[in-house]
Design a protein around this ligand. Structure first.
Ligand SMILES: Nc1ncnc2c1ncn2[C@@H]1O[C@H](COP(=O)(O)OP(=O)(O)OP(=O)(O)O)[C@@H](O)[C@H]1O
Ligand SMILES: [Mg+2]
Length: 434
């Protein structure tokens, strides 16, 4: 079983690579496969990799497990459920590869699967090939009337959620045109695209599902106020969250698709069920980004806020890197929300497990001491975190300003206090060390 990849470069989709599974029936990602870039692509000047973990080479690569980047392309959540029905497959790891070959026709980032593009084209042709394009108003999206749902089903196969965009919550990839009408992303030609969004609905029907989504926009405001890297404003309206996409840029009537890849992919994590060590994730980030110190500080501050604001869902696909103009860095923050409220009970996913003892470290002092860094950089980071500890004293104020629910603010108070206390003690450490 095989699949072909295309990459968006120079304003066009180019064939670039091939993956052949050697033992497809098992559906076990820990079986061998062959990954190879197309030879003519590999010799093109400026050829870009499909994954930063797999630089472009003319060599054929025999791997003893599936390449981790494909797990960024396998449909998850309600989009997965929908496609399983379409393909008449039972859920489980054996479904992963066929799901990717049907669902990854227009995912986040700039890599897509040719088989999925064909599947999508057939699907459209079966349903409403040739019908004129017509966009939706914001009211129609929010109301999710029949016409909108029908169009989503046909054009993005998004009846219940989204494909090609991962995560548990139901989502649509929608694009506005120059008249302000909304379209299924795959249905709108690039020349007509104005702005790209992820439109997210609550994960379930419990009151807390709504509360988590409602507060996600305010959480992002707080992150911005605290100086973390963020992108456009999130907007919450009638149980629907509108998230501007940062993997697409519109310029001169062209759409630029930026490379985006999860930290799970960069760290070589195969499969979905993992509780990785933050040390490994940070190491993986540092192996690909341009400015290691800046990105390390950003990653650490994000984790301070994860702990202070109980965003427990910090799994390795909730952090990603992007490449823009040849420069690799962490993407702006995303999926930052009061996940402790989730009715499913989500424990913190990635933790600081000591690389040798595997014991979880819970104090920033110990984490800092364990990072593999020259001491000069460690001190710089220590100072940044110490200052961040001072900034945290304004966190409650920022949360109120951003409109976060009062009960969340009250619940977080002790968690914030722990972070302030730990970070402020880093100064003593510093003086003590000298
Ligand atoms: N603003 C954005 N621009 C581009 N890509 C994004 C943006 N926000 C999220 N993504 C991508 O979309 C995926 C799904 O989004 P998100 O993580 O918010 O959904 P979710 O359903 O809440 O996920 P989870 O299952 O982790 O709770 C992310 O993993 C990320 O790859
Ligand atoms: Mg997510």
């Amino acid at each position: 079983m095989e699949c072909r990849f295309q990459i968006f470069q120079d304003n066009t989709w180019k064939d670039c690579a091939l993956l052949t599974l050697l033992n497809p029936a098992a559906g076990d990602p820990r079986t061998s496969c062959i990954f190879e870039y197309d030879l003519d692509y590999a010799f093109e000047p400026g050829a870009e990799p499909v994954s930063l973990h797999f630089p472009v080479t003319a060599e054929m690569q025999k791997l003893d497990q599936w390449p981790a980047f494909i797990f960024d392309l396998i449909p998850q959540g309600s989009g997965r459920t929908y496609l399983l029905g379409q393909l008449a497959l039972n859920d489980g790891p054996t479904a992963d590869f066929p799901l990717m070959c049907a669902g990854a026709f227009g995912p986040i980032g700039r890599v897509r699967v040719v088989e999925a593009v064909q599947y999508y084209a057939n699907h459209i042709a079966r349903h409403d090939g040739g019908k004129p394009l017509h966009g939706f108003s914001l009211e129609e999206i929010i109301g999710r009337g029949d016409a909108f749902n029908e169009r989503m089903l046909i054009h993005s196969m998004l009846a219940a959620g989204s494909l090609g965009v991962q995560g548990a919550a139901p989502k649509y990839l929608l694009t506005t045109d120059h008249e302000g009408k909304w379209h299924a992303d795959g249905a709108l030609p690039d020349q007509q695209a104005f702005e790209h969004f992820i439109v997210k609905r609550p994960r379930g029907k419990a009151p807390n599902d709504f509360k988590v989504l409602k507060n996600e926009a305010s959480y992002m405001k707080v992150a911005r106020a605290m100086g973390l890297r963020t992108s456009g404003e999130l907007r919450y309206q009638d149980d629907t969250l509108f998230i501007p996409r940062f993997d697409r840029l519109v310029k001169d009537n062209q759409v630029l698709r930026l490379h985006q890849e999860s930290v799970a992919s960069i760290a070589g994590i195969v499969g979905f069920e993992t509780t990785p060590s933050q040390f490994n994730l940070l190491k993986a980030i540092c192996s690909v980004v341009d400015d290691k110190l800046t990105e390390t500080i950003e990653f650490l501050k994000r984790d301070v806020l994860n702990l202070a604001m109980r965003n427990t869902d910090n799994h390795a696909r909730n952090t990603a890197v992007q490449k823009n103009d040849g420069y690799v860095r962490l993407t702006p923050l995303f999926d930052f929300a009061p996940m402790y409220l989730d009715p499913a009970g989500i424990p913190r996913a990635a933790r600081w497990y000591h690389p040798d003892t595997n014991k979880e470290l819970q104090h920033w002092r110990d984490i800092l001491a364990t990072l593999e860094l020259p001491d000069e950089e460690r001190n710089q980071i220590r100072l940044e975190l110490y200052r961040f500890g001072h900034q945290l004293t304004a966190l409650e104020h920022h949360m109120q300003e951003a409109g976060i629910d009062d009960d969340i603010v009250a619940f977080l108070r002790p968690h914030i206090a722990v972070q302030i206390q730990q970070l402020q003690s880093l100064d003593e450490e510093h003086h003590g060390a000298n």
